[in-house]
Design a protein around this ligand. Structure first.
Ligand SMILES: [Fe+2]
Ligand SMILES: [Fe+2]
Length: 210
């Protein structure tokens, strides 16, 4: 009984840290630090803000998904492996938020909604089976890699600080995908991947502005 209460409090605390500004702490320094700030025009800056806001919400979703999954995962090994990935996701969350702060932008107002939806999906998939929830992680990381690649091509050339953040995130997400598949996750068939691309478009188009 105690462990259920402990878990609930721990999850509530993690959820708050994800959703409250500047409440999380990264374990690794931001890759943005490897470049100095460049002079962006007002339009370039707004575009960088929009893209980094999308990436930040993507990381909010990752927190929700991993937390939901950790709550219902059946195997302890699956939970531990996913915990490691979730820790790296906190770095991503913080780096995106720091970059948004530097650019004078804000995080998305829609984050509580996307967090709740991802948490529910992660928990529901974990209830059905570990293989399914790991498959979800792999498919999600795949989607994240795709939109990071688009953003790397779409960011202003001069915005090296944002690009450095996204490059490290891309490396980590590809590792997370591999880890989820190696741990026994299903490789989702193409129709499901296409449906996920459609859902992720809802997120990316809405959070660019909102
Ligand atoms: Fe991430
Ligand atoms: Fe990831």
């Amino acid at each position: 009984m105690n462990s259920i209460v402990d878990n609930a409090i721990l999850n509530f605390d993690k959820a708050l840290r994800t959703l409250v500004r500047n409440a999380s702490v990264a374990k690794r320094p931001s890759p943005a630090l490897s470049h100095s700030e460049s002079q962006l025009t007002s339009n370039e800056r707004q575009h960088s803000i929009g893209l980094m806001r999308i990436n930040h919400t993507g990381e909010v979703c990752a927190q929700g998904l991993y937390m939901g999954q950790a709550l219902t995962a059946k195997l302890a090994t699956v939970r531990e492996q996913m915990d490691h990935a979730a820790e790296e996701e906190i770095d991503h969350l913080v780096w995106c938020e720091q970059r948004l702060n530097e650019l004078g932008g804000r995080t998305s107002y829609l984050n509580p909604f996307f967090f709740s939806a991802s948490f529910t999906i992660g928990a529901a998939a974990g209830l059905i089976s570990d293989k399914l929830s790991l498959g979800f992680v792999a498919a999600t990381e795949d989607q994240v890699c795709l939109h990071i690649e688009k953003h790397l091509a779409g960011l202003p050339d001069k915005d090296l600080r944002s690009k450095a953040v996204l490059e490290q995130m891309h490396k980590d997400e590809a590792e997370h995908k591999k880890l989820a598949l190696d741990s026994g996750g299903y490789q989702f068939p193409q129709p499901i991947m296409s449906a996920m691309t459609t859902i992720s478009k809802v997120m990316t188009t809405s959070t660019y502005r909102i």
